[in-house]
Design a protein around this ligand. Structure first.
Ligand SMILES: C[S@@+](CC[C@H](N)C(=O)[O-])C[C@H]1O[C@@H](n2cnc3c(N)ncnc32)[C@H](O)[C@@H]1O
Length: 257
């Protein structure tokens, strides 16, 4: 299974790097990232693990804020890209190709902060991953993780009923969001598109799980949930008409006591 997931990200690495464009999509920049940053708090001087770093823009961002960053990803291609982008900015980040399902090379109690941004919905091994993230976090350290909101998950059992295209934003208006079979936890495969509108070369696997599954798995691993957020768009931009009505992302902060 892990080989299959790795293969998807290797094949999609260039398209994904194009989509992220060095600082995230509009949804990341205007909805998710400000919330994640607030929950991470002051990272200066802290050992931060970016778990499933992708092309690494968040690893670079927090390295610039003074964190000592280690960045791990399953895809060798994405780690290579991430290294190159880091060198361009003269930053120091430790990189590793690896899986957050089994962080074999990392000893216990190392990190002050772990960020798993939009990763846990792409992995089959949620329980193992929470256990591993708990193990490598020091006591008193925080895990901040984000997912696409599982109750309104259009990569899973949900989708928008679309209306007319708004000529100003270029996006279609949302009539309502429909959800069915929320309790059916299973893998869905979806294709993303690049900023130019080209289809990614490979489908991406999304593992739909209920909110209860995420929370119970987190708690079983030993974490204490501190904060749960459903961030809203930061600006009153008509582009985010749909995202102002129902939550797009879910963000969690948990502590190792
Ligand atoms: C949606 S991307 C998010 C990347 C990055 N965190 C961001 O916010 O841009 C998901 C990432 O998870 C990585 N990934 C998938 N399974 C993984 C695993 N088992 N261990 C580590 N990384 C994994 C993929 O290679 C991909 O880079």
């Amino acid at each position: 299974m892990e080989d299959r997931i790795r293969e998807q990200w290797e094949i999609n690495a260039e398209s994904f790097t194009d989509l992220i464009a060095g600082n995230g999509t509009p949804h990341h920049r205007h909805i998710l990232n400000p919330c994640v940053e607030e929950l991470l708090g002051d990272v200066k001087g802290k050992k931060l693990l970016d778990a499933g770093c992708g092309e690494g823009y968040l690893a670079r961002y927090y390295a610039k804020k003074g964190a000592f960053v280690t960045a791990i990803d399953l895809s060798e291609h994405l780690i290579e890209t991430s290294k190159q982008l880091t060198e361009k900015e003269n930053l120091a980040i430790t990189f590793e190709v690896g899986s957050i399902c089994h962080l074999d090379s990392i000893p216990n109690d190392v990190f002050d902060i772990i960020l798993a941004n939009l990763v846990l919905l792409n992995i089959p091994c949620l329980d193992d991953s929470f256990k591993e993230l708990y193990r490598v976090l020091r006591k008193g350290g925080y895990l901040v993780f984000s997912i696409v909101h599982p109750a309104f998950n259009f990569y899973g059992p949900g989708s928008w009923e679309m209306g007319e295209k708004d000529p100003d934003t270029g996006r279609r208006e949302g009539v309502y969001f429909k959800v069915d079979k929320y309790f059916e936890e299973k893998e869905f495969q979806r294709y993303w598109t690049t900023r130019r509108g080209d289809k990614f070369p490979s489908a991406i696997s999304f593992f739909h799980r209920t909110l209860a599954t995420y929370l119970n798995s987190l708690i079983s691993a030993g974490f204490n949930l501190i904060t749960f957020r459903e961030p809203q768009p930061i600006a009153d931009d008509p582009f985010f008409e749909r995202e102002k009505r129902i939550p797009f992302f879910a963000v969690f902060k948990a502590e190792k006591r």
